[in-house]
Design a protein around this ligand. Structure first.
Ligand SMILES: CCCCCCCC/C=C\CCCCCCCC(=O)N[C@@H](CC(C)C)C(=O)O
Ligand SMILES: [Zn+2]
Ligand SMILES: [Zn+2]
Length: 529
């Protein structure tokens, strides 16, 4: 009988169908088990934590008095009028920073004259505040923000970017409204209020406001870090700096806001690509010019994306934390990335901001060549900025670039680089992470808090030595169309969101003291589950 007889083919089809049936059943069982485990784990953990930290999200005691909302907004607007622009390292609007220092002193008189608060100017333009707690023995913590802003192109703005306008009593417009004067002003508002109430923090903490975050932090945060070290401060309980804002209506499967707390940040590499040739008359040009050669190489680099590293970083935990709070279909999806990962990847790759979560990104940010229309230029130079997924390294970026460029005429030089930051603990027993999470949910009561990798960079790089608990989060709410306002036109902050930001920092200060109590210090909070 032939191997391909009808009977054999029928039998073979039967076996294939059986195997497929078993595989489907097996996958379905695994998906259900995966979903159940993820849900139980997160629900149990979150419930326990709410009880432990004593601050259930619905608890609104101690929240800064709402009648102050407009006054707070006006004070932030005042700070936005001061153009503390960083153009590049050592090229800054120096006078504006001094004006901002003075404005802060005038705006927050209680804290600036309080015996427990020491304010220092570091490296001429940065500020370090030390708030002396009433209890000794506990590790201090540090809240960071930055005083500088990126330059503006006034043309695209609805109102002048340094006008300090509050439009319709609803939005505070101005460069720095989101990045990051809301942090500086929000923290100081919270502390001013706390001291005004006659309260005194139990625990010592620092406020570190660098003046050059937008151009590296070398002169600001780095110097603040050195000063702390020189004073014998080698360890901090946690550091909280700017990071993701809370995203509203951006997460499939839920209409609730999602607060991503940055537990790491992507690495970065800035490469300079150059081509050199011989200058000459444009009426008898060579077959290829430096501009042509470099452009072709850059086009190849832009078109060849880095492979997706989805699932090789904390993305898994991010989606597991989302799972209990989303619709049933998305519960299945988010709890079973081993199965649905590719589907999620292809969806996330369609938007730049979600694509940045998946992979190392490539951005050609500068190009320079040519001096006159009839001279073939001698050289062409481009700058390419990469943001590196935590599962890859600077070296991977360099190798990838060489492989894609594949043209010996294009020289590749590293201008700046830094590996991705270590992943900070974000388990149920990590007090600093839970303290931040609880503070978020006490203010944004609907928010789902999840760990994530911050896709941009912050001053936290200078504080990595001080603690393993380094977090990045901005306590405001944004919608999809607000993302373009970062470093773009019409940066703004809703008056009500700014009020929430102040409340959040106030909560941090209160909860940090709560976390000092015996109950917390005797529990194994530092251990991961
Ligand atoms: C399920 C996914 C939902 C996705 C929602 C995402 C919402 C994220 C929105 C915005 C992120 C923007 C981050 C802005 C970063 C500001 C910090 C900054 O500019 N840092 C500089 C530092 C550098 C050293 C000069 C930077 O270039 O990274
Ligand atoms: Zn910033
Ligand atoms: Zn920025």
């Amino acid at each position: 009988m032939s191997l391909f007889s009808r009977r054999n083919i029928r039998a073979f089809n039967g076996v294939v169908a059986d195997v497929l049936r078993v595989a489907c059943l097996f996958s379905a069982i695994l998906i259900l088990i995966g979903t159940t485990i993820a849900l139980c784990r997160t629900i149990l953990i979150e419930h326990r934590l709410d009880v432990k930290l004593g601050g259930r999200p619905e608890d609104t005691r101690d929240v800064v008095d709402e009648s102050r909302i407009m006054k707070q907004a006006e004070r932030l607007a005042g700070a936005l009028k001061i153009p503390t622009i960083s153009y590049k390292t050592d090229h800054q609007e120096t006078k504006a920073f001094l004006a901002l220092h003075e404005y802060l002193q005038k705006s927050f008189p209680v804290l600036h004259s309080h015996p427990a608060v020491k304010r220092e100017i570091v490296n001429e333009l940065s500020l370090l505040y030390t708030i002396q707690g009433t209890k000794s023995g506990a590790l201090p913590y540090l809240l960071a923000s930055h005083l500088d802003v990126v330059p503006v192109n006034e043309k695209g703005w609805l109102v002048p970017p340094f006008g300090g306008f509050i439009v319709n009593g609803t939005y505070i417009y101005g460069r720095g409204a989101m990045d990051d004067k809301c942090g500086v002003m929000g923290i100081l508002e919270a502390l001013e209020y706390l001291l005004q109430q006659g309260e005194r923090p139990h625990r010592t903490f620092f406020l570190a406001f660098g003046h050059d975050e937008e151009v590296s932090g070398k002169r600001g945060a780095q110097e603040i870090a050195k000063l702390l070290k020189n004073r014998g401060i080698n360890e901090l309980d946690f550091v909280l700096d700017e990071g993701f804002p809370i995203s509203d209506d951006l997460t499939p499967g839920t209409s609730r806001p999602v607060a991503m707390v940055g537990v790491s940040e992507k690495g970065t590499a800035t490469l300079e690509l150059s081509v050199f040739g011989t200058p000459g008359h444009s009426s008898f040009p060579p077959a290829e010019t430096p501009i042509g050669v470099l452009s072709a190489g850059l086009a190849r680099l832009e078109q060849r994306k880095f492979k997706s590293m989805f699932g090789s970083g904390p993305e898994k935990q991010m989606f597991e934390h989302l799972a209990p709070h989303v619709t049933f279909m998305y519960k299945l999806l988010y709890s079973n990335l081993w199965f649905f990962g590719p589907l999620m990847e292809s969806h996330m790759a369609t938007m730049p901001v979600t694509n940045a979560f998946l992979r190392t990104t490539t951005a050609i940010t500068m190009f320079q060549a040519g001096v006159k229309e009839n001279i073939v230029p001698q050289s062409a130079t481009a700058v390419v900025n990469f943001r590196i997924h935590p599962a890859q390294t600077v070296n991977d970026v360099l190798e990838f670039t060489r492989e894609v460029i594949a043209d010996a005429r294009i020289q590749i030089k590293i201008k700046r680089s830094r590996e991705a930051h270590p992943i900070s603990p974000h388990g149920p027993y990590n007090v600093p992470y839970q303290l931040i999470s609880t503070s978020i949910r006490q203010v944004y009561r609907q928010a789902i808090v999840v760990p994530a990798v911050f896709i941009a960079n912050t001053d936290t790089r200078w504080y990595l030595d001080f603690s393993t608990n380094i977090y990045r989060f901005l306590p405001t709410l944004i919608k999809l169309d607000d993302i373009g306002r970062y470093h773009g036109h019409n940066e703004r902050m809703a008056v009500v969101n700014y009020h929430h930001a102040v409340n959040f920092y106030y909560r941090i200060m209160k909860n940090a003291d709560l976390a000092l109590s015996k109950e917390y210090t005797t529990q194994p909070f530092s251990a991961e589950l």
